[in-house]
Every structure is written in structure tokens, then in C-alpha cells.
Ligand binder design. Structure first.
Ligand code: NAD
Length: 478
């Protein structure tokens, strides 16, 4: 049973919105309606804006130690409610319960990280050119913020924005994905129950385009943080430019994996199969372009296919399921299109390439081999359970091919040679590089892309910095 009560959070009150509009929420594993998502009206959005401005006046004056207390309680609540929220997350998004619980643990860890890091928003004393002058810099919260978040990490994407903003002393209005609203509501309740004051956190749902236009056009918010696709990033940046709001853009990726011929192949295949089918491939850092050295190409394909075949696909609520459905039916047709296009250009199918014959938006783990660089799926972010494999013969060739796309989020290198992996990690156009493993996002490390994968970072010290501005005070003794 889906249990979350879907409501907007405006100025500390949970509400169905002033106009009472809603749209259905569908479970991607069953295609059944499990809830109704309330839509914010223009009036609701304006109330949220005013509340975030009002609450900012008080929240920015709280001490870092006070905010630490509130955020620490929120982290504890996320951890305590983990199993319950995980069910909501799985029913909305489709990922397995195990993955959902792991995501929620990350949220608790990241909230604790930001709670601590908020105490370290240090300024500096800058030696002055005159003995009677003291020059200092102060770190201040940037102001009320806006957070737009994708559905693929329904808890993580919203928590990173809420926790960072609140730790820095900012207030925030979050617009989570309407595909995964209950998870955002459940996270919001943890923060509210932990003592976040009315207006400091607001959550709105409804049609993305008019909502973002209204919120970003306002002079109240001073910051936009988006986790979403590259086209939406470009759109929101254009809107933000009207009032010169600063942005953090966590956008799409198309991660190259380079497997050199000295790699520990068995280990590489174990790690990469788990990473490929995590959240059915709907991960911004999902390995998508597999460049495998020609000397180990055939054993890699054989081992990867053998492991992929064993991935258990089904409803994420069921015990033992490793991979759930895609988020919408439309994504199934796109997977078919990528497979057909690659095959028409010379690739062949080593596994899968079809939907599962059952209710729900399930696609079979798919391995395409000998995929040419011109295939659509090698250029557009596939965001699905498709591994595209292609051979390479030299270092320079593979780096040039890996760097050939406008994206630059994650990249992976598998090699035993330390000098080879170091050279590759330096040469790759990517914001994060994983060598011999794929865990490239932790609470304490900066995560973000380069080029058309965006800019700025979440997590780590940089994640807090994104919500701070610097004021210089020069003080002459009189
Ligand atoms: P999306 O860009 O379509 O939507 C993301 C969010 O942006 C939505 O929830 C909504 O709040 C807002 N939005 C959507 N359309 C909008 C519009 N027309 N105007 C204003 N706002 C709009 O992305 P998605 O399909 O929900 O998510 C998948 C994408 O997110 C992928 O490209 C993935 O790589 C990316 N992503 C990036 C990261 C990262 O950290 N870099 C993490 C997760 C997902």
C-alpha cells in the first residue's frame, strides 16, 4: 500500500493548494494509480516566495550550532524512517528496496555532513596595506534558494539541496519531480519535524515550466540549483540570467568506461554490471559507453553478458529483485529506438534488446557490441539498462573518443597500472573519475560535471560553498 499523503508545504503548512488541482501518480512497476499529486497555483507559489523571504530574515541569524542541531535531528529522523520511506520511493521510482534504503542512508549521511560543515563557513583576515586597517571577509548565506530535482534519486536529489541550503543559513523552495512526490514529502516531514521553522523549507508540485518561470522570475530567490537534464539546465540558466541569480547545474552525463588490457577483468565486470543496472541505468553517472581494449574485448563481452543475464528484474518491492522498471512507458520506446539505430549502423545484440512481457515499464538488461560512435545511443544520454560496448587499440584513440561528446560528468578507468590510470584520469573531460570502482559520489566529496554536464558541485565543502557569498569588510581604526 502506498502510504504517503501528498501535499504541498508552504509557509509551514501542508496543503492541497489553493485551486485543488492534481494529477495522477503512477507506479511504474504496476501501471496503477497510487496517488494524486497536488499542483501549486500561482497564488501558492507567491505565498511560498514570500514565506521563504520572511523566514530567511530569522534563519540567517541562527548560529551554525543551532542549525547543526536541527539538521542532526533531521538526519536521525531520515534514518529512523528509512524503511518506511524506502517503500514509497520504490513504488514511485521503481528501484529495488535495497537501493532505496541505500539512497536514504546517503541522505542521512549527507545531512549530517552538511550539519557539521555549516560550522566551518570560515571567513579570513587579510593583512592590510596600512596598520590601522583591518580587512576581513565574512561568509554569508546567499539568500532564499530554489531547488529543482529529478526523479531518479527522489530522496538524494532533494535532500542535497535542502540540507546544503539550510546548513548555510539559506531558506529554500524545492520543486521535486512530480513522478516521485511522496519521497520528497517524506523527506520534508523529517526536516519539519526536526524543527525547521515555517517558511524556511517549502515544497511545491505541478507543471514544471510555468512553476520554474514564476519562481525564477521573482527577485526573492538569489540562487537556482537544478538536478536535471542538460536541455532543462540551459533553459533554467536563461531564466535565471534575467535577475542574475547564481546557479548550480547538476546535469546529464554519458559516462565513458575505459577497460585497459591489464585490468583485473573479473573485478571490472562485477563492478560494472552492478553499476550499469543500478536504478535500471537511470543514473547520471551510469556507465554508458564501454571502451574495451581489443586484447580483452571478447572475454569482456562474454563475462559481461553472463553476469547481465543473471540480473533479477521485477517489482522493486519483491525480495531478491535487483532491477526495477523504467520511470515511464515512453522510455521503453526510446530504448527500442537506441537498439534499432545501433543495429542499423552495424552493432549486434549480445543480450536483451526488448521489453519484458508483463505489466509495468520493464526493459531487459541489454548488451550491444561493436557499437559505432555514430549510433544515437553513443551520443544521447541513454538513461536505461543498455550497455554499449566497442573495442579500442591505443591510449590516444580511446581518450579522444571518450572526450568527443559535450557531456563531462563521470568517467571510469579500469587498469592495474597506476601510471596508465593516472594518465587517463588527467586526460578525461569529466567532473568525477572512478579508477577501478564506480562510487564517485559520497557525502564528503564534491560531485558535479564540466562542459554541458553543468557546473558547481553538491556535497563536500564545495556543496556548502554554493549557498554562501563573500562579504569584504574593511575597518579603519579611528
Ligand atoms: P528534467 O531535466 O526533465 O527534469 C528535472 C527537473 O527539472 C524536474 O523535476 C523539474 O523540477 C524541472 N523541469 C523539468 N522540465 C522543466 C521545464 N521545462 N522548465 C522548468 N523546469 C523543468 O530531468 P529528468 O528527466 O527528471 O531527470 C533525468 C536527468 O537528470 C538526466 O539527464 C540525468 O543525467 C540528470 N541527473 C543529473 C544528476 C547530476 O547530479 N548531474 C543527478 C541525477 C540526474
Amino acid at each position: 500500500m502506498y502510504q504517503e499523503k501528498l501535499e504541498l508545504l508552504i509557509d509551514g503548512q501542508w496543503t492541497l493548494g489553493s485551486e485543488g488541482n492534481s494529477h495522477p501518480l503512477i507506479d511504474p512497476a504496476t501501471e496503477e494509480q497510487i496517488g494524486s499529486v497536488p499542483c501549486a497555483s500561482v497564488q501558492d507559489l507567491d505565498r511560498a516566495l514570500e514565506a521563504s523571504a520572511r523566514a530567511f530574515l530569522g534563519w540567517k541569524k541562527t548560529t551554525a550550532a543551532f542549525r547543526w542541531g536541527v539538521l542532526s535531528r533531521a538526519a536521525d529522523l531520515i534514518e529512523t524512517r528509512k524503511s518506511l520511506i524506502a517503500r514509497t520511493l520504490t513504488m514511485e521510482n521503481g528501484k529495488s528496496l535495497r537501493e532505496a534504503e541505500g539512497e536514504l542512508q546517503f541522505c542521512a549521511d549527507a545531512t549530517r555532513w552538511y550539519a557539521e560543515e555549516g560550522k566551518r563557513a570560515y571567513g579570513r583576515v587579510i593583512p592590510a596595506h596600512s596598520p590601522d586597517i583591518r580587512q576581513t571577509t565574512l561568509k554569508e548565506p546567499v539568500g532564499p534558494a530554489l531547488g529543482f530535482a529529478a526523479w531518479n534519486f527522489p530522496a538524494g536529489n532533494v535532500t542535497l539541496k535542502i540540507a546544503a541550503a539550510l546548513a548555510a543559513g539559506c531558506t529554500i523552495i524545492v520543486k521535486p519531480s512530480d513522478d516521485t512526490p511522496g519521497t520528497a514529502v517524506a523527506i520534508g516531514r523529517c526536516f519539519q519535524d526536526a524543527g525547521v521553522p515555517a517558511g524556511a523549507l517549502n515544497i511545491v508540485f505541478g507543471p514544471s515550466a510555468p512553476i520554474s518561470e514564476r519562481l525564477i522570475a521573482s527577485r526573492i530567490p538569489k540562487k537556482v540549483s537544478l538536478t536535471g537534464s542538460t536541455p532543462v539546465g540551459k533553459l533554467l540558466q536563461r531564466l535565471a540570467s534575467e535577475t542574475l541569480k547564481r546557479c548550480t547545474m547538476e546535469l546529464g552525463g554519458h559516462a565513458p568506461v575505459i577497460v585497459f588490457d591489464d585490468a583485473d577483468l573479473d573485478r571490472a565486470m562485477d563492478v560494472l554490471v552492478a553499476a550499469k543496472y543500478r536504478n535500471a541505468g537511470q543514473v547520471c553517472t551510469s556507465p554508458t559507453r564501454f571502451y574495451v581494449h581489443e586484447n580483452v574485448y571478447e572475454p569482456f563481452i562474454a563475462g559481461f553478458v553472463e553476469r547481465s543475464r543473471k540480473v533479477v528484474v521485477g517489482n522493486g518491492l519483491e525480495e531478491g529483485v535487483q532491477m526495477g522498471p523504467l520511470i515511464t512507458e515512453r522510455r521503453l520506446s526510446i530504448m527500442d529506438e537506441y537498439v534499432e539505430d545501433a543495429m542499423s549502423k552495424g552493432a549486434s545484440l549480445a543480450l536483451g534488446g526488448e521489453r519484458l512481457e508483463r505489466k509495468g515499464y520493464f526493459y531487459v538488461p541489454t548488451v550491444l557490441r561493436d557499437v559505432p560512435d555514430s549510433a544515437r545511443g553513443m551520443n544521447e544520454e541513454p538513461f536505461g539498462p543498455i550497455a554499449q560496448v566497442t573495442p579500442f587499440s591505443s591510449f590516444d584513440e580511446v581518450i579522444a573518443r571518450a572526450n568527443s561528446l559535450p557531456y563531462g560528468l563521470a568517467a571510469y578507468v579500469f587498469a592495474r597500472s597506476g601510471s596508465l590510470s593516472a594518465a587517463a584520469s588527467e586526460a578525461l573531460e569529466a567532473g568525477v573519475v572512478g579508477i577501478n570502482h564506480t562510487a564517485v559520489h559520497e557525502a564528503e566529496t564534491p560531485f558535479g560535471g564540466v562542459n554541458e554536464s553543468g557546473y558547481g558541485a553538491e556535497s563536500g565543502a564545495e556543496g556548502l560553498e554554493a549557498y554562501l557569498r563573500t562579504k569584504m569588510v574593511t575597518d579603519k581604526r579611528i
